[in-house]
Ligand binder design. Structure first.
Ligand code: NAD
Ligand code: UDP
Length: 341
């Protein structure tokens, strides 16, 4: 049967064989079809790899703003993988899709502030367009939300029931309020249209495939240390973050998608070990044996003073907790940037 479809397609449509193989794979095998928006980015590319390794058919949709083909080169020849160059600000039509992971959005402050209007459109229009696609196809849809919905938090550690402390008119608002609005849209599509949703709030995540010029603290410090350049500490360096290694996050994301339909979140996904930026700098310097010096620079506006997830819900609902601690995770990202060309 497959042989005849192959011959039919070849003779009648004259498509290249690898395209035919992709069509046959998706149509004949009982594979889950999964769309990952932002799939060529740092987290998205790890997620696509995991989903492919689990035997799914993966569509990776990205406008390549902060993502890169380099992150997915290992997948491009896979017959179960398709790259779609598209902007989520515009609708994308598909007939059949089982699951959608909506990750498209720049995540580093320097990148999301570069074109703030575009950032908020990406979050809001992207959510509307992907929820529309979920409504049409009946797909389950997961939103990559963020700890930034808690803003500069007055509750510590942050629990999901905390509504947050976000400045609606500051330089971070395009990202924070965009993500908050996306959460609202997800909840309303769920309540009004019965869409199957999941909302995850991701806390600072790092790992290989971050861009050297990503601008976030872990990649900045590691790249600076490897080049023996000054380590740029913003403010006094006493502000805190809790850093999650990317593999732990991917494991949790897949588990969230697999939960029963009545589990919708929001659920915090992060590593609760909290560090000051000075402590992070020390660890990076120690690991890289770098000669870099610390250079103090002004703290950006609205920079949250502290951040640490309460992950009680994730532990209970997903039977999950992070396994990779900072010392080990840093070794992987140092290795990655050492061999980056
Ligand atoms: P990233 O910048 O590496 O990835 C974002 C991807 O989205 C890129 O590939 C980019 O090209 C793509 N993209 C951006 N705008 C788009 C648009 N309009 N249309 C289509 N594609 C678009 O960042 P990341 O760290 O991998 O983050 C992925 C997601 O996880 C983001 O939604 C981010 O908000 C969320 N998140 C990440 C973290 C973290 O610490 N890494 C924390 C909280 C939330
Ligand atoms: N930061 C820093 N030096 C850098 C980059 C960032 O001290 O080169 C600080 C930043 O001011 C913030 C923390 O590190 O307090 C985490 O910043 P990042 O941009 O990684 O993430 P976010 O602020 O979104 O949590």
């Amino acid at each position: 049967y497959i042989k005849y479809i192959k011959i039919y397609l070849h003779v009648n449509v004259k498509r290249p064989t690898f395209v035919v193989n992709k069509i046959i794979n998706a149509k004949t095998k009982k594979m889950k079809k999964i769309l990952v928006t932002g799939g060529a980015g740092f987290i998205g590319s790890h997620l696509c790899t995991r989903l492919i390794n689990e035997g799914n058919y993966v569509y990776c949709l990205d406008n390549l703003f902060t993502g890169s083909k380099r992150n997915i080169t290992h997948l491009l020849d896979n017959p179960n993988f398709e790259f779609i160059l598209h902007d989520v600000e515009k609708p994308y039509i598909m007939d059949e899709i089982d699951e959608i992971y909506n990750l498209a959005c720049p995540a580093s402050p320097i990148h999301y502030q570069y074109d703030a209007i575009k950032t908020i459109k990406t979050s809001v229009m992207g959510a509307i367009n992907m929820l529309g696609l979920a409504k049409k196809t009946g797909a389950k849809i997961l939103q990559a939300s963020t700890s930034e919905v808690y803003g500069d938090p007055m509750v510590h550690p942050q629990v999901e029931s905390y509504w947050g402390n976000v400045n609606p008119i500051g330089i971070r608002s395009c990202y924070d309020e965009g993500k908050r609005c996306a959460e609202t849209l997800f909840m309303d599509y769920h309540r009004q249209n019965g869409i199957k949703i999941k909302i995850i709030r991701i806390f600072n995540t790092y790992g290989p495939r971050m861009l050297p010029n990503d601008g976030r603290v872990v990649s900045n410090f590691v790249v600076q240390a490897l080049q023996n350049k000054d380590i740029t500490i913003y403010g006094d360096g006493k502000q805190t973050r809790s850093f999650q290694y990317v593999d732990d996050l991917i494991e949790a994301m897949v588990r969230v998608m697999a939960t029963d339909d009545d589990f919708i979140g929001p659920v915090n996904l992060g590593n609760p070990h909290e560090f000051t930026m000075l402590e992070l700098a020390e660890k990076v310097l120690e690991l890289t044996k770098s000669k870099s010096k610390l250079r103090f620079e002004p703290l950006p506006h609205d920079d949250p003073k502290q951040r640490k997830p309460d992950i009680t819900l994730a532990k209970e609902a997903l039977n999950w907790e992070p396994k990779v601690q900072l010392e080990e995770g840093l070794k992987h990202i140092v290795e990655y940037f050492r061999s980056y060309e």
